[in-house]
Design a protein around this ligand. Structure first.
Ligand code: PEP
Length: 258
C-alpha cells in the first residue's frame, strides 16, 4: 500500500523498442535506480516484453505493466489480451484511456470504465488518463471535459472505485508536443480532479495518486513534481532514454517529504 506523500513515476514506452532494447533497458534502469527511496516507479511496456520485465525487474524496486487490456475476462475476442494474462507476468500497472488509443481506436468512455473496473477487480492498478484538447482548453471547458471523463466511471462504479488507483492528467495538447502544461494549470486541474472525486462521498478515496503527463522532461520535472496536488508523472518520450528517465525519478525523490 502506498502513501500520499510518496511520488510515483510511470514510464509509458508506447510502441517502441525491441527484445534487444528491453534486455538492456530494464537492466540499466534497475541498476541506476536501485538505491532510490520514497518514489514508486513503474514501466508500462508493449505486451510481448512483459516476460522480460518480469525476468529482469522481479525483486527490484521497479514495477511493470501494460498500456491497455481487454474489457472481457476471456473468450472469443481475437487480438485482445486479458487482465489475467497480464497477471501471469506479474504486471502491476495498466494504462487505460490513453488519448492515443482513444483517437486511433475510438475507445468509448464506457469501455474505459469497464477496463478500469476489471483491472482493479484483478488486483492491478489502473492508470486512468484524462485530459482535454487544445480547442477545449481555449474554449475554457477543460474542467467540464475532465469531469465528464471521471463521471463515466463514477456513475457506473461509484467514486470509491478510485481507491488504490492512479489518475494521470494528460492534456492532449501537451502529449508529444514539447509544450507541457504550466505548473499553475497542472496544479489547478489535479486539485479539481481530487475534489470532484471526493465531492459526494463521506470517506475520502484512499490511496489515489493524481499524476501529470505531457512533455515531462529533466528541465520541467522538478517544478511539476513539487506542486502540492501532483503525486508524480507519466513519462512518454523521456522514458525511452535511461539517463533522462533516471534524472526524472531522482527529481521526484528530491521533492518528496520525508
Ligand atoms: C504520454 O503519451 O503518456 C506522454 C506523457 O507522452 P510525452 O511525455 O512524450 O509527451
Amino acid at each position: 500500500m502506498t502513501t500520499r506523500k510518496e511520488k510515483i513515476i510511470i514510464g509509458n514506452l508506447k510502441m517502441n523498442g525491441s527484445l534487444d532494447f528491453y534486455s538492456s533497458y530494464f537492466n540499466d534502469v534497475k541498476e541506476n535506480l536501485k538505491n532510490l527511496n520514497n518514489v514508486l516507479i513503474g514501466l508500462c511496456v508493449p505486451y510481448p516484453y512483459l516476460f522480460k520485465a518480469e525476468e529482469i525487474l522481479k525483486n527490484s524496486n521497479i514495477g511493470w505493466g501494460s498500456q491497455n487490456v481487454a474489457k472481457f475476462l476471456s473468450g472469443a475476442y481475437t487480438g485482445e489480451v486479458s487482465a489475467g494474462m497480464l497477471k501471469d507476468f506479474l504486471s502491476l500497472y495498466v494504462i487505460v484511456g490513453h488519448s492515443e488509443r482513444n483517437t486511433a481506436y475510438c475507445e468509448s468512455d464506457e469501455n474505459i470504465a469497464d477496463k478500469f473496473k476489471i483491472i482493479k477487480d484483478q488486483g492491478m492498478m489502473p492508470i486512468l488518463c484524462v485530459g482535454e484538447t487544445l480547442i477545449e482548453r481555449e474554449a475554457g471547458i477543460m474542467e467540464t471535459v475532465v469531469e465528464s471523463q471521471l463521471k463515466a466511471i463514477i456513475e457506473r462504479y461509484g467514486a470509491k472505485t478510485f481507491d488504490d488507483t492512479i489518475i494521470a492528467y494528460e492534456p492532449i495538447w501537451a502529449i508529444g508536443s514539447d509544450m507541457a502544461a504550466t505548473p499553475a494549470q497542472t496544479n489547478k486541474m489535479c486539485k479539481f480532479i481530487r475534489n470532484k472525486i471526493n465531492k459526494n462521498i463521506t470517506n475520502e478515496v484512499k490511496n489515489l495518486k493524481i499524476i501529470y503527463g505531457g512533455s515531462v522532461n529533466t528541465k520541467n520535472a522538478l517544478q511539476l513534481f513539487a506542486l502540492e496536488s501532483v503525486d508524480g508523472g507519466l513519462i512518454g518520450r523521456a522514458s525511452l532514454d535511461v539517463s533522462e528517465f533516471v534524472s526524472i525519478c531522482k527529481a521526484a525523490t528530491s521533492v518528496t517529504k520525508k
